[in-house]
Design a protein around this ligand. Structure first.
Ligand code: NAD
Ligand code: SAH
Length: 408
């Protein structure tokens, strides 16, 4: 079993140019020497490479998952046995196990936390012993950052946290192209259904929704967007999609993807109007974008019809199919984002963690953006690795940019 995991880690590492570049410096400089890092991320090969990178940089790592369904058990075994990294995760964790594992990685209390979604941050924030001496932490995803900003506003944030999601080299690629590819990978793996010619509704036209809609269109789907933001709705229209409300779109859609970070965007009332046999999958944060609670309590029958797909018969006699219990389908039913995408995201994570070690004395209990230099550095390493050169502004152009006198 460990061998499969080891090979998956090796394959991922070979395709992670940016982390490989950073690795050389981390091995020499050991920026995390003596630093305890608790990580709650999707535990699979790319995350494993990231954990190994921090360990090679001197850190004392402990890792759990940020989602009960997304762990790769082979990789978990290899990280434990081949790399001696304490990992507490398995695919299909119960709610109890999930929180038990989070508790294990904060014992003894960490110096830095790396979170994806906010559950670890909440846990650390709930106990003074855990946050008293903490240097700070990073948050990976949109919804986690929304929660952090709410904590900051109500003075509940107990330590500095960095908003990794809003770094350009993260969300422009991870949320958009990463989910654009991996949500379709998860969907295809779960359903084996053809996308061409299907009527598909994507709910949410943020970074994730845009990526999914773009790739579905490329495969020949007839895509409708549902939004609550009028600007995004106009953008979707001009990008060539039709726009409709959820209640309406489900009547004619074969498939629905949710990508909002909001709860109950597919309410039970809409499901009662949905096309018979509709397939629904979620690419947003939690398993509450589709009203799973009502589906679970009000269905008249329920059957696991394929790996990852549960068919429910509703009170109106219609069938609906839910992929991976309404949890992130790209990670629960697929392989998550492609390797090169996570290379970008985890490089931002690694350099931001290094920044925390160097600057924690000056940091306050706030949500900080990732320093621009880190974004730029990651972009430059990526271009270098690809052997791509770009132009530089000349002195004349810099002067032109800073002047206002030259005109027609
Ligand atoms: P975003 O803020 O850019 O976009 C969310 C969009 O949803 C916004 O345009 C918003 O107006 C819209 N929305 C909110 N409520 C709605 C409703 N009731 N009906 C229709 N539209 C609604 O966020 P994002 O970066 O696109 O992330 C979306 C979600 O996906 C977040 O929860 C994020 O954490 C998660 N995410 C998942 C992955 C993944 O691997 N599956 C990757 C990145 C982010
Ligand atoms: N705790 C939440 C996490 C939201 S997941 C949950 O319920 O699962 C969204 C994040 O997953 C994204 O920001 C993305 O960076 C990350 N992600 C996507 N694919 C991944 C992969 N293959 N490995 C690790 N993280 C991944």
């Amino acid at each position: 079993m460990a061998n499969t995991g080891y090979l998956r880690l090796k394959w991922a590492r070979e395709h992670m140019d940016i982390t490989s570049n950073i690795r050389q410096r981390f091995i020499e400089e050991k920026p995390f020497k003596g630093i305890r890092i608790a990580m709650a991320l999707h535990v699979e090969a790319k995350t494993g490479v990231f954990a190994i990178l921090l360990k090679e940089g001197g850190a004392d790592i402990k890792m759990a998952s940020c989602n009960p369904l997304s762990s790769d058990d082979y990789v978990v075994e290899s990280l434990k046995n081949d790399y001696n990294i304490p990992v507490f995760a398995r695919k299909g964790e119960t709610q109890e196990e999930y929180y038990d594992y989070l508790n294990k990685i904060v014992d003894p209390e960490p110096d830095i936390i790396i979170d994806d979604g906010g559950d670890l941050t909440n846990l650390v924030s709930s106990d003074e012993k855990l946050y008293k001496n903490i240097m700070g932490g990073n948050e990976e995803t949109t919804t986690g950052v929304v929660r952090l900003k709410a904590m900051e506003k109500s003075n509940a944030l107990k330590f500095p946290m960095f908003d990794v999601n809003d770094a350009k080299m993260k969300h422009l690629f991870d949320n958009r192209y990463g989910t654009g590819q991996s949500a379709l990978d998860g969907f295809m793996n779960a359903t084996n259904i053809l996308i061409a010619g299907k009527r598909i509704c994507v709910i949410g036209y943020g970074w994730v929704g845009r990526g999914i809609a773009m790739r579905l269109k490329g495969l020949g789907a007839i895509v409708t967007i549902s939004e609550v933001d009028p600007v995004k709705a106009v953008e979707a229209l001009m990008d060539g999609f039709s726009v409709d409300t959820v209640e309406n779109a489900v009547k004619y859609s074969d498939i629905v993807f949710t990508a909002t970070g909001m709860k109950n965007v597919v309410p039970y009332s809409a499901l009662l109007k949905a096309k018979n046999g509709i397939i629904l999958g979620n690419a947003g944060h939690f398993n509450n974008e589709i009203d799973m609670e009502s589906i679970e309590s009000k269905n008249i029958s329920k059957e696991r019809v394929r790996d990852y797909i549960t068919e429910y018969r509703l009170e109106n006699g219609n069938r609906i199919n839910i992929i991976s219990d309404g949890r992130l389908l790209n990670l629960a039913a697929g392989q998550g984002h492609p390797i090169e995408i996570m290379d970008l995201s985890f490089s931002i994570q690694a350099l931001t963690a290094e920044y925390i070690v160097k600057n924690h004395d000056r940091l306050e209990k706030r949500v900080y953006p990732v320093p621009e230099d880190i974004d730029k550095n990651v972009a430059e390493i990526k271009l270098n690795a690809l052997g791509i050169k770009i132009d530089k502004l000349t002195d004349e152009q810099i002067m032109y940019m800073n002047s206002f006198k030259e005109g027609t």
